[in-house]
Design a protein around this ligand. Structure first.
Ligand SMILES: [Zn+2]
Length: 152
């Protein structure tokens, strides 16, 4: 299952949620709780090993998380803002999200040619290929929107 939590920089848990039964790979922070993210850490796991989603990146760029961490079965990563990170404010809510989502989709599409043949020829299981593809997507997103991306 997927778990998500918001922590202060000092490590105090402000919020915790786990995925709903039947939806093991999805956990969301309710709109009313997104205010807790500002300046804090949003930590969650991806049981299938994929990297940050467009929504995870939006949490950093729009909701002002100090950092966002994802725990995969074998590795963990963080994304964090730097002085050159492009931020989106309340006024950019809709257009900003569309821009981030589109950039993510385009990166997925542009990298598909690298991974699809591996799956089609049976050299890589689909779940593993998707995980590798999303890691490459996030590296592109980090360059485009100027955030830090590190294994931790
Ligand atoms: Zn996520």
């Amino acid at each position: 299952v997927e778990h998500a939590a918001i922590y202060t920089p000092a490590g105090r848990a402000l919020y915790y949620r786990r995925s709903w039964p039947g939806y093991p790979y999805q956990v969301t922070i309710p709109i009313g709780k997104t205010g807790l993210i500002q300046g804090n850490m949003f930590a969650h796991n991806h049981p299938r090993g994929e990297s940050f989603s467009a929504e995870d990146i939006w949490i950093l760029l729009r909701h002002g998380a100090h950092d966002v961490r994802v725990f995969e079965p074998e590795r963990s990563f963080r994304i964090a803002a730097s002085s050159s990170t492009r931020r989106f404010g309340w006024a950019d809510q809709e257009s900003g999200w569309r821009e981030v989502e589109l950039a993510y989709e385009r990166a997925v599409a542009s990298l598909g040619g690298r991974y699809a043949p591996l799956v089609q020829t049976g050299r890589m299981p689909p779940v593993q290929a998707w995980a590798a593809q999303t890691h490459a997507v996030v590296r592109k997103m980090a360059m485009r929107f100027g955030f830090l991306h590190r294994e931790v």
